[in-house]
Design a protein around this ligand. Structure first.
Ligand code: F6P
Length: 333
């Protein structure tokens, strides 16, 4: 017979993302609706090691749906990487009588979830990171809000770059992934986008793009750089040396991680949180809740971690066409 789940823990781990609170709220309220108690583990996996917890009620997650950040705090834990640390975490689960844990975060969080599940604690993962770089899911909570924040900032930059006929180099987040940069690049009409997944040929990817854009009649240029590519300041200097312009460099940084989650992130987080608890209720665990072709699916953690998601390279071609068409078109040939 299936073991009746009585109490679960919920935690947020890794970089925060707008919508994490909405997911916590959904987990708590779905649990309570199914007669399950919910304990908030603060500061991610480290909190599980340190027995850093807070009981959560229906009311305690009121008015957090629209709040950015995470009320449970978040952290990256070196101690959880060690067996000793993980055994301590298992001890906390036993002490609190947890029948399972919902872990909200990115791939790093899910690697922790896999280790914990191997020690006998059932875990369900909910993907939340502004980088959208979790292979098993089309979408991670926080991505859309972060894109919109970056777009709003870049639109402002464009106003002043246009007035002064300047070149702007904008660094957006993405240590290992260019999903945010490429998506935002299309949405702001970037001259070019540099991402960590694609080796950079500075002459072709930057210099020639600026030149072609100039020939097409543009007098200001927007270079979007994902953080993982390297220093935006350095890229600005190289542009100066190569084409003689005097670029202005802006690093958007953690601005992109804050702010109220938008409609897509609130709605997705609420559905994912619901389905995470639903998995426990129906006797399933050790899986990640993912979106695929619009629907929600459960994927075993180990399989999920092995899945890869690739940038859609056709977006580069689309960007080029928006900027300057083809060279043939340019000269009317
Ligand atoms: O949330 C993901 C991410 O934004 C990455 O793009 C970035 O490299 C990283 O977090 C930085 O996070 P922190 O400054 O908190 O270490």
């Amino acid at each position: 017979m299936e073991k009746k789940i009585k109490r679960i823990g919920v935690l947020t781990s890794g970089g925060d993302a707008p919508g994490m609170n909405a997911a916590v709220r959904a987990v708590v309220r779905t649990a309570i609706a199914n007669g399950i108690e919910c304990v908030g583990i603060r500061r991610g996996w480290q909190g599980l090691i340190n027995s850093d917890f807070v009981p959560l009620s229906r009311e305690s997650v009121g008015h957090i749906l629209s709040r950015g950040g995470t009320i449970l705090y978040t952290a990256r834990s070196d101690e959880f990487m060690t067996e000793k640390g993980r055994l301590k975490a298992v001890g906390t689960c036993k002490m609190l009588g947890l029948d399972g844990v919902v872990a909200i975060g990115g791939d790093g969080t899910f690697r922790g979830a896999l280790e914990l599940s191997r020690l006998g604690v059932p875990v369900v993962g909910v993907p939340a990171t502004i980088d959208n770089d979790v292979g098993c899911t089309n979408y991670t909570i926080g991505f859309d809000t972060a894109c919109n924040t970056a777009i709003e900032c870049i639109d402002r930059l464009r106003d002043t770059m246009q007035s002064h006929e300047r070149c702007s180099v904008v660094e957006v987040m993405g240590r290992n992934a260019g999903f945010l940069a490429l998506y935002v690049g299309i949405a702001v009409g970037a001259t070019t986008v540099l991402v960590p997944e694609r080796p950079i040929d500075f002459q072709k990817d930057v210099v020639e793009r600026i030149q072609d854009s100039r020939l097409a009649g543009n007098t200001h240029f927007m270079i979007v750089v994902a953080e993982g590519v390297g220093s935006a300041v350095e890229i600005g200097k190289q542009i100066h040396e190569a084409v003689g312009m005097d670029p202005r460099v802006t690093v958007l940084g953690h601005i992109q991680r804050g702010g109220a989650p938008n409609a897509r992130d609130r709605e997705t987080a609420t559905r994912m949180g619901y389905y995470a608890v639903n998995a426990f209720v129906e006797g399933r665990s050790n899986c990640i809740i993912a979106t695929q072709e619009g629907g929600i699916v459960e994927i075993p953690i180990e399989e999920a971690l092995a899945m890869k998601k690739h940038l859609q390279m056709d977006r580069y071609r689309i960007m080029e066409i928006m900027q300057y068409g083809t060279k043939q078109n340019l000269f009317g040939i």
